[in-house]
Design a protein around this ligand. Structure first.
Ligand code: FE
Length: 291
C-alpha cells in the first residue's frame, strides 16, 4: 500500500518570462512540462511595484480549448471580451473564463501606487468540451468562503470543497480544487486529495515544508508537484506559509498547443489559425445571434 501522504516529486522555481505585449512575469510551468501537470497547462505569477513591468498588458488575443483562471492579489486588471463582458478584476477577485470554441479578450493591469500581483492558471478542457459555448465567471473577493481550521490555518475556497464548504466555481469538467491557504508560523495544514488527481502547490509568501520524502523547505514562489496519495500535509516555518493548493482530474488526452490555443491535434490548430485569419474564429458573441 502506498503512503497516503503525497510526496513532492518535482520542484519548479519559476522562470522570468516576457508575455503579452511586454509583461514581466514568472512562469511556474507551461508547454515544456506537458503532460506532468495534466489537466493544468500553465501557471504564471505576475507581481511588481514597477508599472513598466505590467502596463503593456495582454491586448486583444484569442483563446480556444482551455479555461483561463485569473486570481488578483493586489491591484486591478481591466478586461473585455467578445461575450460582451467588461469590467475590472480587483484584489481577491477571480475570473474563471471558459474559452470553449473561441473567445477574443484583453486583460490589462491598471497602474497602481503599490504592488500589482496575481496569478493566471490555464486549465485544459476535455476533447468533448473544447468546442463548447464559451462561458465566463467573474467572482468578487466577498463571494469566496473562508474557513479557519482547528490548527489555525485560513483557507479561501475558490473551487472544490474544503470540509463541508464548497467554493463558488462549480461545474468545471476536470473537477478542480483551488484553495488559497495561509498557515500561521509553526502551524500545520492537512487536506485530503482524490487519489489519481494531479496536485500541486505554489508558495505565495513565507516558507514551510510538506510531509513526504522531500522535506526541504518550500518558499520564494516555488511550485511543487506531488506524487499520488490521499492527502497533502504542510507545516509552516517561522514566518508562516501562504500557498495555492490546486488539484484536478487528469485528462490523458493528446495536447496540441499553439500560443493561446490548446487543442488535441495539429489539424485543429491549423483550422483555428485559418479561422483567425478569415475572421470566423469566434462562434458565439453576445448578443447571441439566432442560428
Ligand atoms: Fe488571455
Amino acid at each position: 500500500m502506498s503512503d497516503p501522504i503525497r510526496s513532492i516529486v518535482r520542484r519548479f522555481p519559476g522562470v522570468p518570462t516576457l508575455e503579452g505585449a511586454g509583461v514581466r512575469l514568472r512562469r511556474s510551468f507551461s508547454n515544456r512540462e506537458v503532460p506532468l501537470f495534466d489537466p493544468f497547462l500553465l501557471l504564471d505569477r505576475f507581481g511588481s511595484s514597477n508599472p513598466e513591468d505590467y502596463l503593456a498588458g495582454f491586448p486583444w488575443h484569442p483563446h480556444r480549448g482551455i479555461e483561463t483562471v485569473t486570481y488578483v492579489l493586489d491591484g486591478r486588471v481591466a478586461h473585455g471580451d467578445t461575450l460582451g463582458n467588461a469590467g475590472e478584476i480587483g484584489p481577491g477577485d477571480v475570473q474563471w473564463m471558459n474559452s470553449g470554441s473561441g473567445i477574443i479578450h484583453q486583460e490589462m493591469p491598471q497602474r497602481t501606487e503599490g504592488t500589482m500581483s496575481g496569478f493566471q492558471l490555464w486549465v485544459n478542457l476535455p476533447a468533448a468540451a473544447k468546442m463548447s459555448v464559451p462561458a465566463y465567471r467573474g467572482l468578487t473577493a466577498a463571494e469566496f468562503p473562508e474557513v479557519t481550521t482547528d490548527s489555525g490555518a485560513r483557507v479561501k475556497v475558490v473551487a472544490g470543497r474544503f470540509g463541508s464548504i464548497e467554493g463558488p466555481v462549480r461545474g468545471i469538467p476536470v473537477d478542480p480544487t483551488y484553495l488559497d491557504v495561509s498557515v500561521p508560523a509553526g502551524g500545520s495544514f492537512e487536506r485530503e486529495t482524490p487519489p489519481g488527481h494531479t496536485v500541486f502547490a505554489h508558495s505565495i509568501e513565507g516558507a514551510g515544508s510538506f510531509a513526504g520524502t522531500d522535506p526541504r523547505p518550500v518558499g520564494g514562489g516555488e511550485t511543487v508537484l506531488f506524487g499520488d496519495g490521499n492527502a497533502v500535509r504542510a507545516t509552516a516555518g517561522d514566518s508562516g506559509l501562504r500557498f495555492l493548493l490546486v488539484s484536478g482530474r487528469p485528462l490523458h488526452e493528446p495536447v496540441a498547443w499553439y500560443g493561446p490555443i490548446v487543442m488535441n491535434t495539429q489539424e485543429q490548430l491549423t483550422e483555428a489559425v485559418r479561422e483567425l485569419r478569415a475572421g470566423d474564429f469566434v462562434k458565439h458573441r453576445r448578443p447571441l445571434v439566432e442560428e
